[in-house]
Design a protein around this ligand. Structure first.
Ligand code: ATP
Length: 325
């Protein structure tokens, strides 16, 4: 179980993380979602005491810095290639294992587990990003910890790798571990996560289960196709529905249950060719929840002429000006 309370971090004028409090339960995968620059990495670093800031995080009741053998309790993957460039992957893990009193037999076990058994004697600098992520997970799992904190572990993985990561994290959660994982891949999160912590510009937007998030931030609408759509619209509106017309002439009915829509059509003798429910995806919910809190907002290409030459300047983060809030 992870308990985070009042996490806070400021860089000069930018509040990167604003009084975030949340719990991450064991036995489920908890996804950590937010647009670029919303403060996910900073939050994870604060949780582990790697950044100065306010608030407190307890891992099964203990601060990370007070855990006697951290690798045995909390496995972390915060950056894609945190490896020694000249040591082989196996030697890298051997060094960590001996420093943390983990039996060396565990090294081959985790290399096998993440699918790197055949390349374990190679140096990680030759690894692809996807292989490096697998090695990062092997490192996080080395001490067989009950808690995992993973920052964007699917970055750089191909579709098979993403599928694999999803299955492995679900399995690890099923074993009773506490899994806190950040990702931009919302569709992946929908398949992988049971619970969510969603932030925007460092502020808490939502903390709860995925279905509630989708329900709270989106609407389920009823789709109606009918040759008498025009006549049916005022009937629906009289019952309190909000009706819009879709691109193919279908009615999109909000604020009315599908059963009542069917009942009204039957009562009015209106022929229906389709009556279905449309539920929003996690992606729709995410866009609706974080739309106004994006850190970097691009110009809408449809509303502006193309620039004469490609823009040369990329957005640069501000200089570090930590206030140790
Ligand atoms: N060293 C730093 N100095 C100044 N500002 C910083 C620094 N690191 C992060 N920030 C700012 O803090 C905010 C949060 O950044 P952070 O990297 O935690 O977001 P993120 O959600 O992990 O982003 P991404 O998804 O793009 O990795 C951003 O506004 C960022 O510009």
């Amino acid at each position: 179980m992870i308990t985070a309370r009042g996490l806070h971090k400021r860089y000069k004028k930018t509040v990167a993380v604003n009084e975030l409090s949340f719990d991450v339960r064991p036995g489920v995968v908890t996804g950590f979602l937010g647009p670029n620059g919303s403060g996910k990495s900073t939050t994870m670093r604060l949780m582990l005491g790697l950044d100065h800031g306010g608030g407190e995080t307890l891992f099964d009741g203990t601060k990370f810095g007070d855990i006697r053998r951290p690798m045995n309790d909390v496995g972390t993957l915060l950056e894609a290639k945190p490896f020694h460039p000249t040591r082989s992957a196996r030697n890298h893990l051997r060094m960590l294992a001996s420093a943390n009193r983990i039996p060396t037999s565990r090294i081959d076990e985790v290399m096998e587990y993440v699918g790197l058994a055949t390349v374990k004697r190679k140096k990680p600098k030759g690894y692809s990003l996807g292989m490096a992520q697998r090695l990062g997970l092997a490192q996080a799992l080395l001490g067989d910890p009950g808690i995992l904190l993973l920052d964007e572990p699917t970055n750089g993985l191909d579709p098979h790798g993403i599928h694999w990561m999803r299955d492995i994290l679900k399995r690890l959660a099923y074993e009773g571990r506490t899994i806190f994982v950040s990702s931009h891949l919302l569709s992946e999160m929908q398949l992988m996560a049971d619970e969510l912590v969603v932030i925007g510009k460092g502020n808490m937007i939502f903390n709860g289960d995925v279905d509630t998030f989708v329900r709270e931030f989106t609407q389920t609408t009823v789709i109606v196709r009918s040759p008498a759509a025009e006549a049916f619209t005022p009937v629906l509106e009289r019952e309190g529905a909000t009706v819009t017309t879709g691109a193919k002439g279908e009615l999109i009915v909000a604020d009315l249950k599908i059963d009542l829509v069917g009942h009204l059509a039957f009562n009015e003798g209106i022929e229906l060719r389709e009556l279905s429910e449309h539920s929003a995806s996690l992606e729709d919910a995410f866009m609706s929840a974080t739309g106004s809190s994006e850190e970097f907002v691009a110009i809408d290409p449809e509303k502006t002429a193309a620039p004469a030459a490609p823009a040369a300047q990329a957005a640069q983060p501000a200089q570090d000006g930590t206030d140790n809030a």
